[in-house]
Design a binder for this molecule. Structure first.
Ligand code: FES
Length: 189
């Protein structure tokens, strides 16, 4: 470095470390902010919060339709029965694991697997097989969901715990009719 030029100052914020710390190094940081002691615990946040996630608008899941959505590194399959009941289920068929979001169909009140055409009722129970044999005691894994004011929310908890709170229903009576605009942005792969 040329004589007289100032050395760039390294700044490390209290409690936020990006690499190994030399224990002999004196603490430093922004003026007035004490550096975290070497023994302070590192906070590691889970990658996704445990909460309700908005996954679809109601009109995207019309009766008879199956929709696949991505939620926190997992797929969630939404479908609506002929009578209008919305369901959210885990994506894989309990028979041999076909993905219900790709080729799954709704027949009446049942979701039909695209592989061997096993049918599952709105409670997730297998009620028919594609071979005409007695249905096994297999069940679809259901996801907790709520449909509120034209929006579909699915609960997600890292340890699979049930919902600990509910989505509040806002007072919308005095508001104009809502509308939705979807934009797809090209981002980094
Ligand atoms: S994998 Fe779904 S019915 Fe066989």
């Amino acid at each position: 470095m040329a004589p007289g030029r100032r050395q760039p100052r390294k700044v490390r914020h209290a409690g936020l470390r990006t690499g190994p710390v030399d224990p002999a190094e004196p603490p430093h940081g922004p003026p007035g902010v004490a550096a975290a002691p070497a023994s302070s615990p590192q906070v590691s946040l889970p990658p996704y919060p445990d909460c309700w996630f908005l996954v679809a608008a109601s009109d995207e899941v019309r009766p008879g339709k199956v929709v696949n959505r991505r939620l926190a590194d997992e797929d969630v399959v939404l479908y609506r029965t002929a009578s209008g009941r919305l369901r959210a289920v885990r994506p894989y068929c309990p028979h041999l694991g076909a993905h219900l979001g790709y080729g799954g169909t709704v027949r009446g009140e049942n979701l039909v697997c695209p592989f061997h055409h096993f049918q599952f009722d709105p409670q997730g129970a297998c009620v028919r097989t594609g071979y005409g044999t007695a249905p096994p005691r297999a069940r679809l894994g259901r996801r907790e969901h709520r449909e509120i004011d034209g929006l579909v929310f699915v609960w997600r908890h890292a340890r699979g715990l049930p919902p600990s709170w509910e989505v509040e229903v806002p007072p919308v009576a005095d508001f104009p009719t809502s509308h939705r605009r979807v934009r797809t942005l090209a981002v980094h792969p």
